[in-house]
Ligand binder design. Structure first.
Ligand code: SF4
Ligand code: SF4
Length: 425
């Protein structure tokens, strides 16, 4: 990482105002104003750091409207890290204004796994009271409004038992390898078929699995919200915990946001804590997104080749945290295409419009607007299934399709691979 990264003045001076970022910007697309564009954000960040801009409620709202999709970074000729600077300024905003009660409660739960387990169980028991359940899609529709629970929106439903609490600590499959699974909060408490599918695949590959059950949230929701105290706690816990499993070949993560956080953003976050930065970087060679790891398995590809093609058309959405942050886009397609027909949507790389906790809770109209083009392009493919290795994308795309009445099933690529192993003759 270059030293320029957190020097707001230098970054703003390095912006040559070429405007290449603007047509790609998710917030500018739904709110076409120079102020809510990468170029506008950089101007404001420079003014703020020079003492010429006060962080008032209006400025707070502007900085909180960025989706952190990194589209701008991807096309910028000077690689200007707009997203990282906005994450930094959101920490200043949090220090000045504090956090809303529901964010404080949510981030506190992320630090306390046992209480989160109880809260999730409580949610499972009572979800039928406030929500209309949609069993087939593992989703529910809110009957009332609260932050994050807007009336009429589709949300993932909680499961009776979390993924981590449903399986033993170690699963011996024949010793052809030893891997740890980092599951991510949404897949642990809601989309539990992802973890189950990963276990099925690793069993076929005869690889022993360690559930590493004391893992905590990767910290991404807090990082994008500017709650750096929570990020510090979670990241240090996870690094230290992972270091205790030196015998493992790899840690695999079936979630783009969690793997980008651990593999890329931990080192960014620790830019001013040298020891922790180097510990995070030392772990990196062992951290893999799940399809990134599995795509290297000749054995898996050979077994998939022996299975029939399933009669289902799949379209694949590229999560921002997979393609732009980790360069992963070929791997899931290579694996899925062994047993499914793939039809690309017109812009698979377009951000789904999730944007993080603040956008979902306080700027939901932006999330709705940003989600509609993605729902329309999924409909245009006439696919039976839309896939992405990210449960935040799944939550956002599921709701966007629900609002647009697009009836397409969502599956993580790991679920598709396991289904092919199971059902392919
Ligand atoms: S990260 Fe995305 S939403 Fe934010 S300024 Fe860049 S392109 Fe726009
Ligand atoms: S692409 Fe980069 S250099 Fe060009 S206007 Fe956007 S941020 Fe500035």
């Amino acid at each position: 990482m270059s030293n320029i990264v957190f020097d707001f003045d230098k970054v703003n001076d390095s912006c040559i105002k070429c405007g290449k970022c603007i047509p790609t910007c998710t917030i500018h697309e739904v709110n076409p104003d120079e102020v809510t564009s990468p170029r506008g954000f950089l101007e404001l960040l420079g003014a703020y750091k020079n003492g010429n801009l006060e962080l008032d409620k209006n400025v707070k709202s502007i900085f909180e409207s960025c989706f952190l999709c990194t589209n701008c970074v991807d096309v910028c000729p000077n690689d200007l890290p707009v997203d990282m600077l906005i994450e930094q300024v959101r920490n200043d905003i949090r220090k000045k204004f504090g956090l809303a009660w529901y964010k404080r409660a949510f981030f506190w739960l992320l630090r306390h796994r046992k209480i989160m387990d109880i809260a999730a169980k409580f949610g499972y028991v009572f979800q039928t009271c406030g929500f209309k359940m949609q069993e087939q899609k593992s989703s529910m529709q809110a009957r009332f409004s609260l932050p994050m629970l807007k009336k009429g929106r589709l949300l993932p439903s909680a499961t009776k038992k979390s993924f981590l609490n449903s399986h033993p600590d170690v699963i011996k499959n024949g010793g052809k390898g030893k891997i740890g699974i980092f599951i991510g909060c949404l897949a642990n408490y809601a989309y539990t078929d992802i973890g189950k599918s990963l276990l099925e695949i690793l069993k076929v590959l005869e690889i022993d699995v360690y559930l590493i059950k004391k893992q905590l949230c990767c910290g991404a929701p807090a990082y994008f919200t500017g709650d750096f105290d929570t990020v510090d706690y979670l990241a240090k816990h996870n690094i230290e915990y992972f270091e205790g499993f030196a015998e493992l070949d790899a840690f695999i993560i079936p979630e783009a946001t969690c793997s980008a956080m651990i593999k890329v953003d931990y080192a960014h976050y620790f830019h001013d804590q040298e020891e922790w930065k180097s510990r995070a970087e030392k772990l990196n060679p062992k951290i893999f997104m799940a399809t990134e790891y599995l795509a290297n398995s000749t054995k898996l590809k050979e077994i998939l080749k022996t299975k029939n093609k399933l009669d289902m058309l799949v379209t694949y959405h590229d999560p921002c945290h997979a393609r732009k942050m980790q360069g992963i886009y070929k791997e899931p397609r290579d694996l899925i295409s062994e047993n499914y027909m793939i039809k690309e949507m017109s812009d698979p790389n377009r951000c789904c419009g999730f944007g993080g906790v603040t956008i979902q809770a306080e700027k939901y109209d932006f999330a709705l607007a940003a989600g509609q083009p993605k729902a329309a392009m999924i409909r245009d493919t006439k696919a039976d299934i839309v896939s992405a290795e990210c449960s935040a994308c799944r939550m956002q795309i599921g709701n966007s399709m629900h609002q647009a009445k697009v009836d397409v099933i969502f599956k993580n690529p790991i679920e598709l691979i396991a289904q092919a192993l199971r059902e392919g003759k």
